[in-house]
Design a protein around this ligand. Structure first.
Ligand code: ADP
Ligand code: GLC
Length: 502
């Protein structure tokens, strides 16, 4: 019998994406299917998601908390006294054929743009309800709402799915069907913390609201619910799995994670070969591979021209494709730009986010016209162009649960320059002499989150450029590395099996 997995998440590439979470929701489920699992996604019915799904088959009502047959005080209250009951619509993602449940709830998801933030960058005022309903729908499906498809495993991602595990615990007391549950942390820094006064509305009884439950400094913490009430926890790299059990990276939840250490697994993310393959990438033509780099040279010239950089083939072209946030350590970048340019380098940045980081980078671009370029915004096509055309991709992250762009960089022969944290430490090997010697070098790695360390790594990149044969050898090794989803999917299946009843 195929293992049935309900995969609960808030975004999926290419329908809705704010970051790597969406890439994972697109890459991991098909890899699980390829290993024989029967996977269905559960997502809120945001407009761009609805537009990319072909409805198929049934609709199921999602009874609010307190409905007949459900335990008292558990589950969110109806959103509007007069609105219809939320419902689940079955379908398939039109392009990939992946089965999906879409959760429709009157007034909660019918809005365009970022699923978490309004146009001013503030959290939506009803964020708690949006994702409480997602968790509730997951818990109901997990305990048999759809008699025809009862999941063996509920696998939720990030805080948006956290309440699923609390509701499941309550529903499982009386339900006939109790699934195993797995919660994956993609970023511990975003926890979904809300006012305790919302408890009655969200249907979170007192039995859940205490230090050993989902209470966090007097507030409701969705992430903590996932950590406390799931059978197993995973996160997206082995190093991050260790880091988050310490105070520095634990974001206040390290104690909880230490308690659950025996059930905490680090599983490195993969790369979706259908999207990020330099030979077949439709956004980067002509394609290239390690033996035929002409296409990469052309991509560099195109990128330089497109971003207003001087089209110098010999300029060492550094790049950033990122959310511009504290997490990514990009506040360090402006301080090294003058030296980078002085040494003959160029910098191409694509990103958006923090206004202060944006402004500092804009100032750099103004100071160095033709050598430093910034494009503010989110642009999938340009992201591929940058990763294909640059020589180096920068991730000086303060913390990085996994990081995907360094993996994309490796695949495209764009050497990652990274800080040794989280998934970056697990995937990039510095060009030190010993690593050059044994053939394991794949990029540039620095330790401390400060300007001198970043600068030293930049200098190593320039030094390697002056040794073209070594550069080629490192690039060839980087391009041959494979971080496939098949391996990750195999590890997830092992975790599922470890928590299934025997
Ligand atoms: P995070 O999820 O923390 O933002 P990841 O490295 O895991 O970091 O994933 C980021 C994803 O978002 C990658 O697919 C990257 O290409 C994409 N991305 C980031 N910023 C932009 C941007 N400004 N335009 C297009 N894609 C972007
Ligand atoms: C988060 C992390 C990032 C990770 C991604 C996918 O957004 O910040 O490091 O790669 O999730 O797991």
């Amino acid at each position: 019998m195929n293992l049935k997995v309900l995969y609960v998440c808030s975004e999926v590439f290419p329908l809705l994406k704010t970051g790597g979470l969406a890439d994972v929701s697109a890459g991991l489920p098909p890899a699980l299917q390829a290993l024989g699992a029967d996977v269905r996604l559960l997502l809120p019915a945001f407009p761009s998601v609805v537009a990319g799904v072909t409805p198929e088959g049934s609709t199921l009502l999602v009874p609010p908390g307190g409905s007949p047959g459900l335990p008292e005080g558990v589950g969110p209250q109806a959103t509007s006294a007069h609105g219809p009951t939320p419902w689940l619509r079955a379908g398939r993602i039109t392009d990939s054929g992946m089965p999906v449940w879409l959760l429709h709830a009157p007034g909660l998801y019918e809005r365009d743009g970022n699923p978490y933030l309004d146009e001013q960058g503030r959290p939506w005022p009803d964020s708690a309800e949006q994702f409480a309903w997602l968790g509730w729908a997951a818990a109901l499906l997990g305990t048999g709402l759809d008699a025809g498809w009862q999941p063996d495993v509920v696998h939720g991602h990030d805080w948006h799915s956290g309440l699923a595990f609390a509701y499941l615990r309550e529903l499982a007391r009386t339900a006939e069907h109790r699934p195993a549950s797995v919660f994956t942390i993609h970023n511990l820094a975003y926890q979904g913390v809300f006012n305790a006064g919302l408890r009655p509305r969200l249907g979170l009884p007192d039995t859940l609201f205490h230090l050993q439950g989902l209470e966090f400094h007097g507030q409701i913490n969705f992430m903590k619910a996932g950590l406390k009430y799931s059978d197993a926890i995973t996160t997206v790299s082995p190093t991050y799995a260790r880091e988050i059990t310490g105070t520095e990276q634990g974001c206040g939840l390290d104690g909880v994670l230490r308690q659950r250490q025996a059930h905490l697994h680090g599983i490195l993310n993969g790369v979706d070969d259908a999207v990020w393959n330099p030979l077949t990438d439709p956004l980067v033509q002509p394609g290239f591979d390690a033996d035929h780099l002409q296409g990469k040279a052309q991509a560099k010239t195109r990128l330089q021209t497109h971003m207003g950089l001087q089209p110098r083939p010999d300029a060492l072209l550094f790049s950033v494709v990122s959310r511009l946030t504290e997490q990514k350590g990009l506040h360090l970048l402006p301080a090294v730009v003058d030296e980078l340019v002085q040494r003959g380098g160029q910098l191409a940045v694509l990103g958006s986010g923090d206004a202060a980081i944006e402004q500092a980078l804009r100032d750099c671009a103004q100071r160095h016209p033709g050598q430093v370029a910034l494009t503010v915004g989110y642009d999938e096509v340009l992201a591929h162009s940058v990763i294909a055309g640059a020589d180096v991709i920068l991730l000086p992250s303060r913390f990085e649960p996994c990081g995907l762009t360094q993996l994309y960089g490796l695949r495209y022969g764009t050497l990652p320059l990274v800080r040794a944290v989280g998934g970056l430490a697990d995937t990039v090997v510095d060009c030190s002499l010993e690593h050059l010697d044994d053939g394991s070098a794949s990029g540039f790695v620095f330790q401390d989150l400060d300007v001198p360390s970043l600068l030293a790594a930049l200098k190593r990149a320039f030094a390697l450029q002056r040794r073209p044969a070594d550069w080629r050898a490192v690039q060839r090794h980087a391009m041959a590395l494979r971080f496939g989803w098949a391996r990750a999917a195999g590890e997830y299946l092992q975790v599922y099996r470890s928590v299934l009843p025997t």
